[in-house]
Unconditional design. Structure first.
Length: 342
């Protein structure tokens, strides 16, 4: 049976098929009917043997296909997922089938579930003397190694916004667009009270969502760039899962991927105006932990307020500078709601 690049979403796996293909034709699994580079499905059995090994039967879990697609987005569609995976499981003589409900193996679950344990502990039990040796035993100190680097002069601009609180106010000065002074800085999702971090976004639109601007607001938007001959190293919480590229370390990679995804969800989670600042403490802790164990200048994570938007937190702002400030007027806001079903 032959597979093609259109069977999968995993970029590294698609590239493997392109490089190793020796013929073209119509795939046995895709429904598009177009000629494409083909590869015998047997060439992927070693990969799938390792990959399927991270799952175990669990009556309270998810169906195997559902978990693979929701966490890994491996296959390009439902037809490819079911047809191809069914044949692979049969070829591997696996004890799992498409309808088997599964979870991750215990080693993975133990590692990623500690994030919930840690959150409760530092919020409600002991805040300043947390045992970080447990995190090292779980391997967390190795999970934040994948980074992105923003380097002068090729880095795209970054942005920060400040709301105006009176009509006809002039835009803020460039010097006023950085981090607040220590004496007045409030607690944020990443920084503890009194420790200023610089919150930036990769687009102006994301900034306007992040500062909760609304109809008729006026906003100063500062444009930041990396300083000359500087580079900013960011722990990346936005990376897309690629099981194929990490098959040789699939268990540790799965731990890292799932843990960072859970932390990213908490970093991105909007705090409602009536929520307690205690909710910030776990993500403040993880940023302090990253500062302690790595040479990173900050973190990169997804925005939950602006789909597709990305945010950056810099622990210090000495490697960037605000080069201009523009005044923006919010001319349109779209609000949607859904009923709460008790």
């Amino acid at each position: 049976m032959k597979i093609c690049v259109h069977c999968f979403n995993d970029i590294e796996l698609k590239q493997f098929i392109r490089v190793n293909s020796t013929e073209t034709g119509v795939c046995d699994y895709c429904t598009n009917g177009v000629n494409s580079e083909l590869l015998d499905v047997g060439e992927l059995l070693d990969f799938f043997a390792e990959f399927i090994g991270i799952f175990k039967p669990n009556p309270e879990g998810k169906e195997l296909t559902e978990l693979i697609q929701s966490d890994w987005n491996l296959f390009s569609g439902e037809i490819e997922c079911h047809g191809l995976l069914s044949d692979i499981l049969l070829a591997l003589k696996s004890s799992l089938d498409l309808d088997t409900k599964v979870s991750y193996i215990d080693d993975i679950i133990e590692c990623i579930s500690y994030w919930d344990t840690l959150k409760d502990e530092i919020k409600w039990e002991k805040r300043f003397l947390t045992n970080t040796e447990i995190l090292e035993d779980l391997g967390w100190n190795n999970f934040f190694d994948r980074k992105k680097t923003l380097e002068w002069p090729n880095s795209e601009p970054l942005f920060r916004g400040r709301l105006h609180y009176s009509g006809n106010q002039k835009e803020f000065r460039s010097d006023d667009m950085g981090s607040p002074e220590k004496s007045i800085v409030p607690a944020g999702r990443a920084n503890p009270q009194g420790i200023p971090y610089l919150y930036l976004s990769k687009s102006i639109e994301t900034v306007l969502y992040e500062i909760r601007s609304t109809f008729l607001d006026e906003v100063s938007v500062g444009t930041f760039q990396i300083k000359e001959d500087s580079k900013v190293i960011l722990v990346d919480f936005t990376e897309k899962a690629s099981a194929f590229s990490k098959v040789d370390e699939i268990i540790e990679y799965t731990k890292s991927m799932l843990l960072k995804r859970n932390i990213s969800n908490d970093l991105s989670k909007p705090i409602r105006r009536y929520d307690s600042e205690i909710e910030y403490i776990p993500t403040q802790f993880i940023c302090e932990y990253i500062r302690y164990i790595s040479d990173s200048d900050g973190i990169l994570f997804n925005s939950s307020l602006h789909v597709g938007g990305k945010n950056i937190v810099l622990f210090k702002h000495d490697k960037v500078r605000c080069i201009k400030v523009e005044k923006h007027y919010i001319s349109q806001v779209e609000i949607r709601s859904e009923p709460i079903i008790a």
